[in-house]
Design a binder for this molecule. Sequence first.
Ligand SMILES: Cc1cc2nc3c(=O)[nH]c(=O)nc-3n(C[C@H](O)[C@H](O)[C@H](O)COP(=O)(O)OP(=O)(O)OC[C@H]3O[C@@H](n4cnc5c(N)ncnc54)[C@H](O)[C@@H]3O)c2cc1C
Length: 542
Amino acid sequence: MLPDQLSLEVGALKGVKPREAEIVLVESGEWLTRRPYHRQRLAWILLSQRTFALEAADAGFAVRVLRGDAPISTLLGDADLGSLVAMEPAEREVRAELAGLVADKRLRFVPHDGFLTTATDLERGRTTEGWRMDRFYQGVRQRTGILMTADGKPVGGKYSFDAENRKRWDGTPSAPTPPEFAGSLLREEVVREIETRFKTHPGELDVDAIPASRVEIDRMWTWAKRACLPNFGPYEDAMSRRSRGVFHTRLSPLMNLHRLLPRTVVDEVAALDLPLQSKEGFIRQVLGWREFVYQVHRATDGFRHGRSADERPLPMPGDGGYARWAGKRWTPMQPAPAGVDGGARPNALRADLDLPPAWWGTESGLACLDHVVGDVWAEGWSHHITRLMVLANIATLLGVSPRELCDWFWIAYIDAWDWVVEPNVLAMGTYGDTGMTTKPYVSGSAYLEKMSDSCAQCRFTPGKDCPIGGLYWAFLARNEPVLRDNLRMKLPLASSRNRSDQARASDHAGFVAVRDVLIRGQPLGIPKLIDPAKTKQKGARP
Ligand SMILES: Cc1cc2nc3c(=O)[nH]c(=O)nc-3n(C[C@H](O)[C@H](O)[C@H](O)COP(=O)(O)OP(=O)(O)OC[C@H]3O[C@@H](n4cnc5c(N)ncnc54)[C@H](O)[C@@H]3O)c2cc1C
């Protein structure tokens, strides 16, 4: 069982009795140090895997753990295990690494049955311009009958209540605090190991935030249902310094590790008594977006199809800008095995800027960015809109390379795996690949001011001197040749064209100046010396 397949209810073990099979788990030092992953991500993986091993042993299974510095494929290949069966890995990178063992018939895959949709569902979501999530989602709702009436209509008369889910959050109703899960020998063991064997990894470690046992996972799931979901819909897009999560559920790492099955999540939420805009909004995330990105990643072989030479993978996994920020190269425990490379580099907008050190915690002077980056290095997580409209938006406006940004997300987030991080960053976040969304998700400072409370704490004022406004106009002008034929970009491009020559020149000069300051690792602007507490960053730095 691969490290993200921690359930007895899916894959090769489904329906198998304890005496009929032995479970093999792998803890590979090479795999865990392949990139400078956030310590909290390593803790999630190690704690979940070891807790699962104990549970499987309690259920009567013999469990063998292969532990060492070598790659997963070497640990498996060197052990005398007879013929192995595994659920096909969701990660393309792991599939590629294990291809040799499969070819030698030492390992056989059974289909991945942790997802709720199929490649046929994705094909039904295809239009002449590419795959579309809303079409995919409607098809899946019709096929599964989830949130559908007996006569085949969507409950509430429409498939999506997204347009109603855009409220700003001013602190009321109060946002829930996630539960804590203190104390166990396993937690202590994992902390000790991360602080010794993985001590060079960045990020804060808070092992008590991780629900690991069945009881803890149930507590987390109950918290999500009771405390988050009733208000999930209306405040789904809200960002706030007062609450890192607002009403988001933080279930992604549990689902991605298969500690909580998406099928359970969708079925139970569909049966809950919740306001429809919250119920549908949440189900759309799991049954819609989560499934959609997995299917797109599979169908494109991780965005490798039909790429020009400069978009093909580099030979080695990237470090997301770690070396430039840390001043030293990242060194994995062992070199990456055959089959592993640097991932596809779709780059429709020809963006090639290195990721500025601000994403690693150096102050940028933009309160929205510095605040979210602080959150990420504090806990390896931030919610969707902060990922999309702060971290990816500002990087895209600056022209950061989609691949380097993607590697940074993969490194920094507890829920990152290639099948989910690559579509979200290479396509949705940066528009490096244009086949999955209708337009680039970019905005100026007006959106950030509307949906967050960061601007009030910032040294810059939206609509006046906030550099994000100028970056937005410069982005539109720079990328007009690529975006010109996109119907959804017609209006913003028309506004861009209507700007005076002087304004356009100033947008471009501002873009160059901001880019150059940030890439040097310096903060923008001079702090307004009114209240030092307001500009001080919360959260730990890597
Ligand atoms: C640039 C960028 C990078 C991202 N990287 C990842 C990643 O590495 N891993 C990851 O799991 N999600 C990723 N997402 C999607 C989404 O932001 C997270 O799934 C979500 O924020 C997790 O927090 P939550 O569990 O509280 O989500 P909630 O807001 O409570 O949503 C519920 C669930 O819906 C699913 N979901 C919602 N949107 C998406 C989406 N776009 N793609 C996949 N699943 C979705 C998740 O499973 C999530 O747990 C990324 C999004 C963006 C814009």
